[in-house]
Design a protein. Structure first.
Length: 282
């Protein structure tokens, strides 16, 4: 696999959005992106459904207020995102943030919205693996994976539950990914699983992983932070606490990526595993 030409500084964010208040949440996101840019980040990852908040009662009750509308090309022109567009354009930063998106064909998706350095917003990826009855009642699953190419880095996109499946990260690696971006929504009580899954996806595929998560919220939908960037051996380069707003920043290093992939050759050594036999012990 090709190695990226230069390091890339990435930020993962945790914060508390207000259910249904897209304009306010976009303004908070813009402030946090500015903080990340001050620390040198060129790519910022924010949590799953951050723009509307991961709050199923509000998403059920008021889709007109919570959703962003995408045209047939996936472009989103909603004025509530103006603050986020401006900071991306003014600071030359790429932003990935979760949202509920209504597509031109009527599908409602749990999406990762990409805001590029020109300030243009696009629905970049729809979550393929929906979690539990709440998400399945709200959204239609996506049908295709996605890889973001940024400054020579290939970065697979996943949203929360996607990252619980080894094959999702492996599909990104099979597409040449050097890293995996995971806007997520892990609730209080799930910290063990949160910390295992994304470290495992990094190690499984010898790739960097940036994990963003909401934090706080009301009693029924309260989230546990832990935003992190993992190295290609699954070690956290940076990790936020389980409480409180935070922006964590790390450098994705092509030399370290090459070193790990030379030492740990899982991607190259894979073989097709054939039939299995069953043994019965007496």
């Amino acid at each position: 696999m090709d190695t990226p030409p230069a390091p890339l500084i990435v930020a993962a964010v945790q914060a508390t959005p207000v259910p249904g208040d897209v304009a306010r949440n976009a303004t908070v996101a813009a402030r946090l992106v500015g903080e990340a840019a001050d620390a040198g980040a060129r790519l910022v990852v924010l949590p799953e459904l951050f723009l509307c908040a991961y709050h199923p009662p509000t998403l059920h009750a008021d889709p007109a207020r919570t959703d962003l509308a995408a045209d047939a090309a996936g472009e989103i022109g909603d004025g509530r995102l103006d603050a986020l567009r401006s900071v991306a354009r003014d600071r030359s930063v790429v932003v990935l943030v979760g949202a509920s998106v209504r597509h031109a064909d009527g599908r409602r998706a749990c999406s990762a919205v990409l805001v590029d350095r020109a300030g243009d917003a696009t629905s970049a990826y729809d979550k393929q693996l929906l979690w539990g009855p709440e998400e399945n009642a709200l959204f239609t699953p996506g049908t295709t994976g996605a890889t973001l190419v940024l400054d020579g880095w290939r970065l697979g996109l996943g949203i929360c539950y996607d990252g619980c499946f080894p094959e999702h990260g492996r599909a990104a690696a099979d597409d040449g990914a050097h890293g995996y971006l995971a806007p997520s929504g892990y609730v209080v009580g799930s910290a063990h699983r949160r910390d295992v899954y994304y470290a495992a996806r990094a190690l499984d595929n010898t790739m960097y992983v940036a994990f963003a998560n909401s934090v706080g919220g009301d009693r029924d939908w309260s989230f546990n932070g832990g935003a992190a960037v993992y190295d290609p051996e699954g070690r956290p380069l940076v990790r936020a606490a389980d409480e409180g707003e935070a922006v964590v920043v790390a450098t994705l290093d092509p030399a370290e990526l090459a070193r790990v992939r030379s030492a740990h050759t899982m991607l190259r050594d894979r073989v097709a595993l054939g039939a299995r036999r069953t043994l019965t012990a007496s």
